[in-house]
Structure formats: structure tokens, C-alpha cells
Write a new protein. Structure first.
Length: 261
């Protein structure tokens, strides 16, 4: 019962945080608008366009089941940034000191924070990705899929993309909590999201073991230069998360509550 109360308290803090609502607005409102733009561009050039027929295309247009997922890549950046900020924010403005007046069991508090980030990320990721994909197919009209039923492949990739976002956000959160600084997870993960991870994975074999490159294995569509290998990507990301969460938990249990008066 006490753990439930602590978890509820963490969810309340989340709902009342300005950063969460900024991220929520970006990926629930702005991202679907990008889906509309993507659909408009596809309609203007045709669903069968290729880089040979349209030199301005960087890659071929994917099969219909994968429409909308390029626009859904937008939300990965803000939610990963939010994860890092959430982990580091406990050591700012004496937040952790105040929280521990309510709950002084550190393992319990750490678990509550982790569960809060996990559940909230899963929910908002799934909702935003589904809306983005559905809006894309609504814009395509009769050429698109039914926006409510979609297709088995599309639903599978909504799940894959949600999983990718969630794993990377948990990793960002644990790194922020470990280093007590949001800059560290952002320096580590944001350049990878901006194609550095793909660049390194294409040129060096060890590059595919970086977190974002591993995530690309989970969400890769048939037109991407890297293969779709979700098992490999998930295992690599889980190893990163296990390593950082265990160290963050050890540090959280033994460090002071932070903050300077």
C-alpha cells in the first residue's frame, strides 16, 4: 500500500510538471501535423515514386503499411530529452530532499520513479504514434488504410516504435539520475538520434551497439539501409538499460540527497 502511495505521488509530480506538458503537446499535437505534411508530399509525387523518378527523394517510398512512421520519428527526440531531464531534476531545487521527507526508503522511491517514467512513456508514445499514423492514412483518403483498423504490419510497427521510444527514454532517465545532470544523457543520445548512430553503425561494426543504432534495428522499414532485427535491437538496449539502472540504483542508495543551500 505504501509503495502505491509513493508511486501515486510520483505520478502527481509528473502531471504537475511543465516539462511533461511541453513534451505531451509536441508529440500529441505537432507530430500528427507532420504526418499530414508527409501524406501531402506523398500524394503530390505518387505512392510509387522512387529516387530514380524523383531525384529529390533520399530513399524509396515504403509500402503502404509503413506510412506515417517517418513523421513519428519526430517525437523520439523530445521524449528522450524529457527522460534525461526527469532523471536529473530530482537533484535540482532540493526536490529529492523534499520527496524523502515523505518516503525515506530509497529502493522503493527509485522503483516508483522508474515505474512512473515507464508507464507514462508507454502511454503517450503509443497514443501519439497511433494518432500520427492514423492521421497520415486519413489524409491519403481512399489510397490509404482504414485509419482505425490499419493493418497487422502497421499495428506491429506501432508496437515496435513504442518499445523503441520507451527503452531509450528509460535509458536517458537512468543516465540523468546517475550523473545528476541532464546534459550527460543529452550529449550521449541526442547526436545519435540526429543520424550519428546510423553513421557509425554503417562504417564500424561496433557502432550498431550504440543505443539509438540498436533502436533502429527495432523500427527499420524495408527501405532503410539497416536491417529490421528487433530481437537484436531489444537485447542490446536491454543490456544498456540493465547496466545503467543498476549503477543508478547503487548510486541513488548511497549518495546524499544533493542540493546546496
Amino acid at each position: 500500500m505504501r509503495f502505491v502511495k509513493v508511486t501515486y505521488s510520483e505520478f502527481s509530480k509528473l502531471i504537475n510538471s511543465r516539462g511533461w506538458w511541453i513534451v505531451f503537446g509536441l508529440i500529441i499535437i505537432l507530430q500528427p501535423l507532420l504526418g499530414l505534411l508527409e501524406a501531402s508530399q506523398i500524394l503530390s509525387i505518387g505512392l510509387d515514386a522512387t529516387p530514380e523518378t524523383h531525384p529529390d527523394l533520399l530513399e524509396a517510398i515504403p509500402p503502404l503499411d509503413y506510412f506515417g512512421f517517418d513523421a513519428a520519428l519526430f517525437g523520439l527526440l523530445p521524449i528522450v530529452i524529457w527522460g534525461g531531464i526527469s532523471g536529473a531534476s530530482e537533484y535540482k531545487n532540493h526536490n529529492l530532499r523534499t520527496t524523502m521527507l515523505y518516503s525515506n526508503k530509497r529502493k522503493e522511491l527509485f522503483s516508483a520513479k522508474l515505474i512512473t517514467v515507464l508507464i507514462s512513456t508507454i502511454l503517450v508514445s503509443f497514443i501519439s504514434i497511433f494518432i500520427t499514423v492514423a492521421v497520415t492514412h486519413v489524409k491519403l483518403g481512399s489510397l490509404g488504410l482504414n485509419p482505425f483498423s490499419l493493418s497487422p504490419i502497421t499495428w506491429k510497427f506501432i508496437g515496435y516504435t513504442t518499445l523503441d521510444w520507451t527503452l531509450l527514454t528509460i535509458l536517458s532517465f537512468s543516465i540523468g539520475l546517475l550523473f545528476r545532470n541532464m546534459i550527460v544523457p543529452l550529449i550521449f543520445l541526442v547526436p545519435q538520434i540526429y543520424n550519428l548512430g546510423s553513421y557509425l553503425a554503417e562504417r564500424w561494426s561496433w557502432g550498431e551497439y550504440l543505443p539509438v543504432a540498436a533502436g533502429n534495428f527495432i523500427v527499420a522499414t524495408p527501405v532503410k539501409p539497416y536491417p529490421h532485427d528487433p530481437v537484436k535491437g531489444i537485447l542490446i538496449l536491454l543490456l544498456w538499460i540493465l547496466f545503467t539502472v543498476l549503477i543508478a540504483l547503487y548510486s541513488f542508495n548511497r549518495s546524499d540527497v544533493g542540493g546546496k543551500y
